[in-house]
Ligand binder design. Structure first.
Ligand SMILES: [Ca+2]
Ligand SMILES: [Ca+2]
Length: 107
């Protein structure tokens, strides 16, 4: 019983420390975390949404190219527009400045 209480206390101490760092990392729109935003990121996102592939890396927020607070098909379309027809760059992934790294903060 005391071991369980001690374990709960340790977890309670660790949890706020993890969220305080916010774990902001990655580049908005770089869903496969290879350091650039290209068509493979749109494919990664479509694979995640429709086929159950892995989520955007390193955090889900990196898939939120249109900064509406969710990683969805619209974000894949946003990335495709950015890559192929000069559309707007992926936005600030809650929060952060695009292209400066460390952008994607967990939702
Ligand atoms: Ca990429
Ligand atoms: Ca979005």
């Amino acid at each position: 019983m005391k071991k369980n209480l001690l374990l709960i206390m340790v977890i309670a101490l660790i949890m706020p420390l993890q969220s305080a760092g916010a774990d902001c990392q990655g580049i908005c729109g770089d869903t496969n975390a290879d350091g650039s935003v290209n068509i493979s990121d749109a494919i990664w996102l479509v694979n995640y949404i429709f086929v159950g592939g892995p989520p955007p890396q390193p955090v889900l927020a990196c898939g939120d190219a249109n900064t509406d607070g969710a990683a969805a098909l619209q974000d894949a379309i946003w990335i495709i527009n950015f890559v192929f027809i000069g559309g707007a760059e992926p936005g600030d992934c809650s929060p952060g400045n695009w292209g400066q790294g460390g952008d994607c903060c967990p939702f």
